[in-house]
Design a protein around this ligand. Structure first.
Ligand code: IPM
Ligand code: MN
Length: 355
């Protein structure tokens, strides 16, 4: 009997539904080719629902999510909803409550894509950031006193638990071990200033490194790493870092791989339910225009299949995407691709099938 994956699909806001539709096309093509099944369960979480019901995630939603094999997310963010409500109420709540403690973000420059760094090509830009996804400054620890008065105090603390840090570091070592590059894992921190948090990170990192003699442990301060990403991106293989630094450096990573139209990632709970998403956001001004680039969502579907154990399909989706970037797209930017959203999706499904 062929395997069936039950996948929750949250198209979300803005161009989310359009790019998810193309990702689903490719997912179905991959399933047909490899002989597994996907059952899709659509959920309407997002800005529209919030504006109608005042609810971000309905009661029981998180528990319902636990029964799926994976979650495929489009984009969350609506121009009529105050920033923070949907991000915290949907995206961060799912990451935290499903204990998706890894945010995995590959940074790879595909052939044919214009790199904003002079003299760098696909042979230079191919690394993966493993971002801690449930702690740090995102944990919501802290508070305000005397809000709105001249004496206002705002405290936002970074929470780093030994368990949380170590499990993230272990994941990064394991990931690095499996990856066919140069077996180097870089800890990105700020040990010269954040001497409590990154002391814990550094000790855990070098302790775990002792168990992986084949991997070279490496360290870089976060400010320096932003410089190296631009000057010498070829130095990196896998990078592990905390939640906030990971958020920042992966936007820089996205732009050196060509931009938000191609960057995708996974929120991973290795023991539970994981969620895969293009990281570009809802781009409301392009909604409904068939102009947005669906490749990031298609790549997210590939990362999802790889995570589910369909590695061959994951690789083939990436190959199909690379064929498109190499041969067809004028640009990754919405409206400048030289193709519509649906045409890109159709072509990706066709190339995948023909591979
Ligand atoms: C990301 C986003 C989110 C984050 C926002 C939307 C909460 O920037 O996935 O990187 O900060 O993690
Ligand atoms: Mn971000």
């Amino acid at each position: 009997m062929s395997k069936t994956y039950n996948i929750a699909v949250v198209p979300g806001d803005g161009t989310g539904p359009e790019v998810v539709a193309e990702g689903v096309k490719v997912l179905k093509a991959a399933a047909a080719k490899a002989g597994f099944k996907v059952e899709l369960h659509y959920l309407d979480f997002g800005g529209e629902r919030y504006l109608k019901t005042g609810e971000t995630l309905p009661e029981g939603a998180v528990d319902e999510m636990k029964q799926y094999d994976a979650i495929y997310l489009g984009a969350i963010g609506h121009p009529d909803v105050k920033p923070g409500i949907l991000e915290k109420g949907i995206l961060l709540t799912l990451r935290f409550k499903l204990d998706q403690y890894i945010n995995l973000r590959p940074v790879k420059l595909y052939p044919g894509i214009d790199c904003p760094i002079k003299g760098k090509g696909p042979e230079h830009i191919d690394f993966v950031v493993v971002r801690e996804n449930t702690e740090g400054l995102y944990a919501g620890a802290g508070g305000v006193l005397k809000k709105g008065t001249p004496d206002e105090v705002a405290i936002q603390e970074s929470i780093n638990t030994r368990k949380g840090v170590e499990r993230c570091i272990r994941y990064a070592f394991e990931y690095c071990k499996k990856r066919a590059k140069n077996k180097k894992l870089t800890l990105c921190g700020k040990t010269n200033v954040l001497t409590f948090a990154f002391d814990l990170w550094e000790r855990a990192f070098y302790e775990v490194a002792g168990e992986y003699p084949d991997i070279t442990p490496d360290y870089a301060h976060v400010d320096a790493i932003t410089m190296w990403f631009v000057k010498n991106p070829e130095w990196f293989d896998v990078i592990v870092t905390d939640n906030m630094f990971g958020d920042i450096i992966t936007d820089l990573g996205a732009i050196i791989q060509g931009g938000m139209g191609i960057a995708a990632g996974g929120n991973i709970n290795p023991e539970g339910v994981s969620m895969f998403e293009p990281i570009g956001g809802s781009a409301p001004k392009y909604k409904g225009k068939n102009m947005i680039n669906p490749l990031a969502a298609i790549c997210a579907a590939g990362i999802m299949l790889d995570h589910l154990g369909e590695e061959q399909s994951g690789r083939e989706i990436e190959q199909a995407v690379m064929k498109i970037t190499a041969k067809h797209l004028k640009s990754l930017a919405a409206g400048q691709m030289g193709m519509t959203t649906t045409e890109v999706g159709d072509l990706a499904a066709r190339y995948l099938t023909e591979l």
